[in-house]
Design a protein around this ligand. Structure first.
Ligand SMILES: Cc1cc2nc3c(=O)[nH]c(=O)nc-3n(C[C@H](O)[C@H](O)[C@H](O)COP(=O)(O)O)c2cc1C
Length: 170
């Protein structure tokens, strides 16, 4: 039997061009729930997620995110913030991003990670208190083109070893 979780990991791609079609509310809700349900160190959940669906907000994000101007054309986006005081904020929130990306993909929705921390202008614009740092913005939308899913990755044995560094995993 196929492992659906692995299939999602195997096929998911960074999607940067989105169809005009709106996302059903339950799909957006499921993506947010995936973030909410994610595990965190000591279960402290030092994060906050702002779901943006209004076009004006998406346009603003597109203009503020140097490495994600295409957010302006997404159907929704999630601003991922963590408590600055938390030692695990980045690792916990990163895991939540992956939960959202895979959950979206399971619904046929493309997404991506954009930006990396220090996104203070976004924090201020969307009303997050200054005790938070914005780690990333995750745009969501149906992919404009069919995704072929051919990943460019280093050779498996270059990055995976068995027992000790350098011994290939059978
Ligand atoms: C931590 C992280 C930060 C990223 N930042 C950006 C970004 O700012 N803008 C962007 O378009 N893609 C960003 N990406 C997407 C990667 O460029 C993309 O996943 C990678 O090139 C592999 O492509 P694939 O996911 O389609 O296999 C980021 C990915 C990660 C994991």
């Amino acid at each position: 039997m196929a492992n659906q979780v692995f299939e999602a990991v195997r096929t998911v791609m960074a999607v940067r061009q989105y169809d005009d079609k709106e996302l059903p509310a339950d799909v957006v809700r499921r993506v947010a729930e995936a973030a909410h349900l994610t595990a965190s160190a000591s279960n402290l959940q030092p994060w906050h997620f702002v779901v943006v669906r209004e076009r004006d907000g998406l346009r603003k994000l597109g203009s503020m995110m140097r490495t994600g101007p295409y957010i302006a054309g997404a159907a929704a986006a999630v601003i991922v913030a963590y408590e600055k005081a938390s030692r695990f904020g980045v690792s916990d929130s990163s895991r939540a991003v992956q939960s959202m990306i895979l959950t979206a993909w399971g619904d046929g929705v493309g997404s991506n990670w954009t930006g990396f921390a220090g996104l203070d202008a976004v924090r201020q614009e969307f009303g997050l208190p200054d005790t938070y740092d914005v780690l990333a913005v995750v745009p969501l939308g149906y992919p404009q083109q069919k995704i072929i899913g051919k990943k460019k990755r280093k050779p498996f044995n270059e990055v995976v070893s068995a027992e000790r560094f350098g011994t290939p995993l059978a």
